[in-house]
Design a protein around this ligand. Structure first.
Ligand SMILES: *Cc1c(COP(=O)(O)O)cnc(C)c1O
Length: 228
């Protein structure tokens, strides 16, 4: 098992380096979140030994369990899943970043919890760039409004946007959507210069994302293998 994850990481590191080289991007300018959802703590330790320290989780109970088990590790936890209002306290307690904000009610509650815990967290707004009914995230035309709301919250640092472009077999289609995301983010930065993060790209499309200007990719399968 350990050999297999070390090999996967070796391959991923190679692909990542090539993607950066091909797009003339500096590797240091792109953060990698290792998405560890549905994988065991032991695999997270292996990835950590391989140099990863940003991990992404989608489910609150899993985040809680793993953060407790790995409390002696210097890990930055990113919550990237949908947030239910009754789980906000746990998210606020364990996450350093939340990528999936898309509702006013959740934003206000998260800020209140962070205040109670006396901590600040980094947040991104999830944008539903293709307006897919099945997906979370705001309509792009709501972005500035929600950003302004977050800026008024004492304990939330607005850091950017998170997008999950529609999967397509046509890489050119994907890139078109990603360029739209880049432009949307560039426009956001004009009025919110601290919102410097474009969280875009997963196993299936991180190369296109890097080419399109992403500076934070969220990769699960390429690092940890298939999820059950
Ligand atoms: C699961 C997940 C990922 C990782 O996807 P892979 O295909 O395993 O790389 C990235 N972002 C979000 C929001 C996810 O839910």
């Amino acid at each position: 098992m350990r050999d297999s994850i070390n090999n996967k990481i070796k391959n991923f590191n190679h692909d990542f380096a090539m993607a950066c080289k091909d797009s003339k991007r500096n590797e240091e300018d792109i953060s990698i979140i290792a998405v560890s959802k549905k994988h065991d703590v032991s695999l997270i330790k292996d990835a950590y030994q391989n140099g990863f320290n940003n991990f992404g989780e989608n489910f609150v109970q899993e985040l809680e369990k793993k953060a407790a088990a790995l409390k002696d590790y210097e890990i930055t936890w990113h919550f990237i899943g949908p947030i239910q209002s009754n789980k906000i306290k746990l998210v606020a307690t364990h996450a350093h970043w939340v990528h999936s904000l898309d509702r006013e009610k959740i934003i206000l509650k998260l800020n209140n919890q962070c205040k109670t815990l006396n901590k600040n967290i980094n947040v991104c707004i999830q944008v539903n760039i293709d307006n897919e009914v099945s997906k979370s995230g705001i309509n792009p035309n709501k972005l500035l409004e929600l950003s302004s709301l977050i800026e008024t919250q004492s304990n939330l640092n607005l850091r950017g946007i998170m997008v999950l472009p529609k999967l397509s077999n046509e890489i050119e289609e994907t890139k078109k959507v990603m360029e739209k995301c880049f432009a949307l983010h560039a426009n956001l930065k004009l009025s919110h210069p601290n919102a410097d993060i474009l969280s875009m790209g997963t196993t299936s499309d991180f190369k296109a994302a890097i080419e399109s200007g992403s500076n934070m990719i969220r990769v699960g399968e390429s690092i940890f293998g298939k999820r059950q």
